[in-house]
Design a protein around this ligand. Structure first.
Ligand SMILES: [Zn+2]
Length: 442
């Protein structure tokens, strides 16, 4: 039997006392994280060896609690502090594997300090912390209290951890990790599809289907730009500025929610209808596209292909990113001939073999063929090496342009790794929603 780790997100509405306790816990988690980062940086600068996870925990939690300036660390759940350090350790591990070349995809930056001014604050409770969902529907968090939850759907089984998040719009969320043992594999279908992440369309499929990005993306982008400009005119530290920051954050949240719904519908349909789905690796896409196109579509592509990936794993479909670079647009999908470079406005072309091509559909066909070839080479083994590092739940990041991304919904986690903090990804784009997945056998 196989299962997947899913994340279930709900709005929570802590009262004033609980909000104060949460603020304290966010602060303590941040201090421990930053203290740990500082010690490791100092060790590195002094030419000493890397402080191992166990030693670091003793230094910045156990020993620190006994000192006067850090005595208040004892006022929050110890698990919250350990989990903050676990985030730091994961961030370091990701950075090391990235620089050593073991990790493919985008380069990962070293861990950064967290700030009180970050727009997204988060803490995580594991089973050890004894958090419970009470019979009255409240979530009991140690040293915080019984917090009211808006249960938009029920939890399928007992969660193994919960992350409490405060986003830039001032909203609170509880994000539960649940291991499902449900086998959701869909009955096999015959079709495979290649998807070209297009310039003129959001996506073009090898079967000729073209999907246009909804107009609200552009409309929303203009609105956001206007709000940003209004914000930049406000005086630093003023109350008007604070209000404007929240306005921008709310607009981001709204756009992200609507866009996510649209992408969920599209990705679900594609996974349902196809046994295998192939897309271009986004790093490769970047090589051949203009900045303009990237700015419009990039973030959307990342979250969309992430959805395809986790849904494929969940429903027993094949998903692969085609990372081999080839001129997908100029290569004839019938005969393999490579034609001359084409201007962007050339939407259709004829190959010397007599085939007539729609530019984007031809590219999608090539992606499908390359994906199938790769897949056969690997012997029916879906490779997850190119999964963009999952954006950690307990990541905070600065800058008003960053999206408060969490809303009610479900996403999938990297198998077994509940602690997945990669702070660097938080700043790569304002709308990113990077999902990661692995299908594991129980
Ligand atoms: Zn041809």
């Amino acid at each position: 039997m196989s299962g997947v780790q899913l994340r279930y997100n709900y709005r929570i509405t802590p009262d004033a006392v609980q909000r104060t306790a949460l603020a304290q816990a966010f602060g303590c988690a941040r201090v421990v994280y930053n203290d740990g980062l500082k010690l490791r940086q100092q060790a590195r600068e002094a030419g000493e060896k890397y402080i191992c996870d166990g030693d670091l925990s003793k230094l910045v939690i156990t020993a620190a609690k006994a000192t006067e300036p850090r005595a208040w660390l004892g006022e929050v759940s110890a698990v919250v502090l350990q989990q903050a350090l676990a985030d730091l350790n994961t961030a370091y591990r990701n950075f090391f594997t990235s620089i050593s070349g073991k990790r493919q995809g985008r380069k990962i930056a070293p861990p950064r300090y967290r700030s009180r001014k970050d727009n997204r604050q988060a803490i995580r409770f594991t089973k050890n912390a004894r958090f419970t969902v009470l019979d009255n529907g409240r979530l009991r968090l140690p040293k915080i209290g019984d917090v009211a939850v808006r249960w938009s759907r029920s939890l399928p089984s007992e969660p193994s951890s919960v992350t409490v998040i405060k986003d830039a719009a001032g909203r609170y969320f509880a994000s539960f990790v649940v291991q499902t043992t449900l086998d959701e594999t869909l009955p096999p279908v015959d079709s495979a599809i290649g998807i070209d992440l297009g310039l003129t369309h959001f996506a073009v499929m090898s079967d000729g289907t073209k999907v246009t990005a909804p107009k609200f993306w552009r409309r929303a982008a203009r609105k956001l730009q206007r709000l940003q400009q209004a914000l930049s005119r406000k005086q630093k530290g003023s109350n008007r500025r604070k209000k404007a920051v929240i306005k921008v954050a709310r607009a981001h949240a709204q756009v992200a929610d609507t866009r996510r719904d649209w992408q969920h519908q599209l990705s679900t349909a594609i996974i349902r209808d196809n046994q295998a789905v192939y897309v271009e690796d986004l790093c490769v896409v970047g090589l051949g596209r203009t900045r303009l196109a990237k700015s419009v579509h990039d973030a959307g592509w990342a979250s969309f292909t992430g959805m395809l990936e986790y849904k494929a794993a969940r429903y027993g479909r094949t998903f692969a990113r085609v990372d081999r670079w080839f001129p997908s647009t100029r290569m004839c999908s019938d005969c393999g001939r490579i034609s001359d470079k084409m201007a962007l406005n050339v939407r259709e072309w004829d190959c010397a073999c007599g085939s007539h091509h729609d530019r984007d559909v031809n590219a999608a066909k090539n992606i499908k063929a390359a994906g199938q070839a790769d897949f056969n080479d690997r012997g029916a083994q879906v490779r997850l090496g190119l999964v963009p590092a999952p954006r950690g739940e307990a990541v905070t990041h600065p800058g008003v342009a960053c999206s408060p991304r969490s809303v009610e919904g479900i996403s999938v986690l990297q198998g077994g790794e509940d602690v997945n903090s990669t702070a660097d990804h938080a700043r790569t784009d304002i709308w990113a929603d990077v999902y990661s997945v692995s299908r594991e056998t129980l």
